[in-house]
Design a protein around this ligand. Structure first.
Ligand SMILES: C[S@@+](CC[C@H](N)C(=O)[O-])C[C@H]1O[C@@H](n2cnc3c(N)ncnc32)[C@H](O)[C@@H]1O
Ligand SMILES: O=c1cc(-c2ccc(O)cc2)oc2c(O)c(O)ccc12
Length: 232
């Protein structure tokens, strides 16, 4: 595993493990822990939302009383299950991913946790799904929360659409906005497979910092998570 993945963004692996062991894992709901373990041997396991970032996300979902949410980028479903466990029994999540196979790794655990009825999984590119939602005026401003954790080159496209779908006071969260710490490294020092997305993330961070339709906080949890609150 890459060193940066083991220590999150902190400079010390010990400190990151201390945070996980003392305040995250002991409070992680059992189904989420099962899903994390079920994902651990999958070749793309590093894509799972970091448990420390997930813990804050669960608290934010409850703080805004989220009931209707959107999830872009499901993979095996760590953040999806976390959301499903954090919203009320009659809450609904529209979840989209181009790959249903990886969702099916987590699905038995989601079923066992008794929250599958809250999830509408759509196997598709996310942009056309959002555009279809926007064709119906009733969907405008009707969502409480959205989580974006997919193709980094489309983050701004997602943002523009989600700003119309999420209500004033609602939250949009973007994952990986510090991209393994590479946002401050010279391009030539960044491994090739991270370079392209790094450019999109840097551009996204620059643009969102001047977007006065939202309040923002770029939190250095997990791989960096930008929390946006729609204000107009
Ligand atoms: C980082 S993973 C998501 C991790 C997930 N949030 C979790 O907690 O496990 C990114 C996911 O985005 C999906 N993806 C990539 N491009 C996409 C697109 N254009 N539309 C929808 N999903 C996409 C990938 O198939 C992958 O499963
Ligand atoms: O290593 C990755 C790669 C991605 C990624 C790249 C390109 C896409 O179209 C979608 C996803 O996402 C990741 C991610 O969200 C993460 O938390 C860690 C690693 C990666």
């Amino acid at each position: 595993m890459e060193k940066t993945m083991r220590k999150g963004l902190l400079q010390s692996i010990d400190l990151y493990e201390y945070i996980l062991e003392t305040s995250v894992y002991p409070r992680e709901p059992a189904p989420l822990k099962q899903l994390r373990i079920a994902t651990a041997n999958h070749p793309w396991f590093v894509m799972s939302t970091a448990p420390d970032a997930g813990q804050l996300m669960g608290m934010l979902l409850k703080l805004v009383n989220a009931k209707k949410t959107i999830e872009i980028g499901v993979y095996t479903g760590y953040s999806l299950l976390l959301t499903a466990l954090s919203i009320p029994d009659d809450g609904k999540i529209i979840a989209m991913d181009i790959n249903r196979e990886t969702y099916e790794i987590g699905l038995p655990i989601i079923r066992k946790a008794g929250v599958e009825h809250k999830i509408n999984f759509i196997e598709s590119q996310a942009l056309p799904v959002l555009d279809k939602l926007l064709q119906n005026k009733e969907n405008e401003g009707s969502f409480d929360f959205a989580f974006v954790d997919a193709d980094k080159d489309n983050y701004w496209n997602y943002h523009e659409r989600l700003l119309k779908l999420v209500k004033v006071g609602g939250l949009i969260i973007f994952d990986n906005t510090l991209w393994g710490g590479t946002v401050t490294q010279p391009e030539e020092a960044v491994s090739e497979h991270r370079r392209v997305s790094r450019g999109f993330i840097i551009e996204f961070n620059k643009t969102i910092s001047t977007d006065h339709r939202v309040e923002i906080s770029l939190t250095p949890l997990g791989d960096g998570m930008t929390i946006c609150r729609r204000i107009c």
